[in-house]
Ligand binder design. Sequence first.
Ligand SMILES: *[C@@H]1O[C@H](CO)[C@@H](O)[C@H](O)[C@H]1NC(C)=O
Ligand SMILES: *[C@@H]1O[C@H](CO)[C@@H](O)[C@H](O)[C@H]1NC(C)=O
Ligand SMILES: *[C@@H]1O[C@H](CO)[C@@H](O)[C@H](O)[C@H]1NC(C)=O
Ligand SMILES: *[C@@H]1O[C@H](CO)[C@@H](O)[C@H](O)[C@H]1NC(C)=O
Ligand SMILES: *[C@@H]1O[C@H](CO)[C@@H](O)[C@H](O)[C@H]1NC(C)=O
Ligand SMILES: *[C@@H]1O[C@H](CO)[C@@H](O)[C@H](O)[C@H]1NC(C)=O
Ligand SMILES: *[C@@H]1O[C@H](CO)[C@@H](O)[C@H](O)[C@H]1NC(C)=O
Ligand SMILES: *[C@@H]1O[C@H](CO)[C@@H](O)[C@H](O)[C@H]1NC(C)=O
Ligand SMILES: *[C@@H]1O[C@H](CO)[C@@H](O)[C@H](O)[C@H]1NC(C)=O
Ligand SMILES: *[C@@H]1O[C@H](CO)[C@@H](O)[C@H](O)[C@H]1NC(C)=O
Ligand SMILES: *[C@@H]1O[C@H](CO)[C@@H](O)[C@H](O)[C@H]1NC(C)=O
Ligand SMILES: *[C@@H]1O[C@H](CO)[C@@H](O)[C@H](O)[C@H]1NC(C)=O
Length: 364
Amino acid sequence: MKITTFISSLLGLGVLVSAAPYTPSGGLGTNSTPPVYQPLSDFDFQSINLALNQEWIELDLFHYGLARFSVAEFEAAGLNAEDRFLIEFMADQEVGHAQLLTNILGPERAAKQCTYRYPFQTVREFVDFCQKLTRFGESGVYGFLEHLDSRASAQLLLQSITTEARQQMIFRQFEGLFPMPVWFEAGITQSMAWTLLAPYIVSCPASNPKIEWQNFPALNITNNPNATAYFNLSVIGNETTPAITHNRSEPLSYPGREVFFTWETPGKQVGYNNSFTTNTTAGDPKFVAWISQLNTTFTELMDINNQSGKTYQPGGTVFGGNSSPIVNGTMFVAITDANLTITPANISMLNSHIVAGPALYQSG
Ligand SMILES: *[C@@H]1O[C@H](CO)[C@@H](O)[C@H](O)[C@H]1NC(C)=O
Ligand SMILES: *[C@@H]1O[C@H](CO)[C@@H](O)[C@H](O)[C@H]1NC(C)=O
Ligand SMILES: *[C@@H]1O[C@H](CO)[C@@H](O)[C@H](O)[C@H]1NC(C)=O
Ligand SMILES: *[C@@H]1O[C@H](CO)[C@@H](O)[C@H](O)[C@H]1NC(C)=O
Ligand SMILES: *[C@@H]1O[C@H](CO)[C@@H](O)[C@H](O)[C@H]1NC(C)=O
Ligand SMILES: *[C@@H]1O[C@H](CO)[C@@H](O)[C@H](O)[C@H]1NC(C)=O
Ligand SMILES: *[C@@H]1O[C@H](CO)[C@@H](O)[C@H](O)[C@H]1NC(C)=O
Ligand SMILES: *[C@@H]1O[C@H](CO)[C@@H](O)[C@H](O)[C@H]1NC(C)=O
Ligand SMILES: *[C@@H]1O[C@H](CO)[C@@H](O)[C@H](O)[C@H]1NC(C)=O
Ligand SMILES: *[C@@H]1O[C@H](CO)[C@@H](O)[C@H](O)[C@H]1NC(C)=O
Ligand SMILES: *[C@@H]1O[C@H](CO)[C@@H](O)[C@H](O)[C@H]1NC(C)=O
Ligand SMILES: *[C@@H]1O[C@H](CO)[C@@H](O)[C@H](O)[C@H]1NC(C)=O
């Protein structure tokens, strides 16, 4: 026993053993314990396999957009050869991410690439879809990272998702949006991410493991702000061409904005090969959950008429006062049957209360 430890024990200060010089006590796996880069539970497998499905669509999407549109169409949207190379490089990054997650899951069991459908017709809509898809890809992983049994796998996955976070911001820049209008990026649950991803997967190899997360009924924000539209290109604050940053002081949305919804009833076939069925275990629709930054904020759902209703965009700041307005950027809304206290650590408690959604709200 070291003298200092011995003396602390004598003084009743507890045992303060330092493993190595300049190494404060505590921490996990700091003594070169061999890491386990494998799923350690079904939860791990299903979470990481969902993330792999997300990497596969991104790889396909970036290539597809580059092939689908002509050089002239890209140039007309303000994206030059260097910008297009950056998108190509992002596709290469996805090759690496898919390889990493396949290695973790084991090549036998890991999902293989599928075929996809996309909802865009123009370069700007392609860019908008990319910033939306990478938003739920990124947030879908943040939602489960801290709950993985395999901490080592979580670390490697984070090192790919932090790259995806950069992609998301770059697509915002390509769209002329303010690149990062929030202080924190939100996390969502696997079932929320799977609900958002499933509509774009057409068919997968039969050998792909069945995805066990829930598909909630689809939610549509019928007056979602449109970030692809070009506004007056010579007005500061209203300029929408690609740039490192634009002030966008003419915001896409604001607290108090009326937001209208329609949603589906459960029981619809979705996802690849239509082999998944939407489901909800929630009661009657009553609230709208706004998931953004570190917060889930509820507003009252009004004018409810079968599968439609409206609400008002909430205000509020993350830490109160003049801190960051909670609602901004590309964020998530869902229809719920209850108003709960939700933190980043227990957002999965929201799953059983979701009537429909989430949908992506383009608030800024
Ligand atoms: C989905 O359909 C395709 C085309 O019919 C088929 O090859 C594939 O095995 C099916 N996958 C699943 C998971 O059923
Ligand atoms: C969502 O609502 C808008 C506006 O009514 C409509 O144009 C769009 O087709 C709807 N989307 C879906 C997927 O139903
Ligand atoms: C967004 O605005 C663009 C340009 O005005 C328009 O072409 C496009 O249809 C709009 N998208 C939606 C979903 O309303
Ligand atoms: C910004 O563009 C929108 C849409 O064209 C227009 O309604 C608004 O007045 C413009 N704002 C300024 C400051 O020019
Ligand atoms: C854009 O804004 C400029 C400066 O305010 C104005 O002179 C011009 O007429 C506007 N253009 C359009 C198409 O609204
Ligand atoms: C950008 O927005 C900030 C904050 O509102 C403002 O202080 C600044 O003057 C704006 N810059 C320009 C060029 O409009
Ligand atoms: C989002 O942030 C941008 C940049 O700070 C700001 O101009 C805009 O007003 C904000 N939008 C909302 C809805 O608060
Ligand atoms: C929804 O899930 C619950 C719980 O697993 C199940 O009892 C119910 O039959 C499902 N509903 C539909 C429409 O599939
Ligand atoms: C939801 O509950 C919180 C905490 O009890 C409360 O402050 C808030 O007003 C409620 N929101 C709605 C829309 O009822
Ligand atoms: C709501 O649903 C009921 C029962 O299906 C139907 O009779 C009614 O017309 C619907 N209301 C509207 C406004 O669609
Ligand atoms: C937002 O979430 C953070 C972290 O959980 C919390 O400290 C803060 O109080 C929340 N803000 C609001 C307005 O609820
Ligand atoms: C989520 O966690 C917070 C903080 O621990 C707690 O107050 C809240 O009741 C939890 N929510 C649910 C739905 O369990």
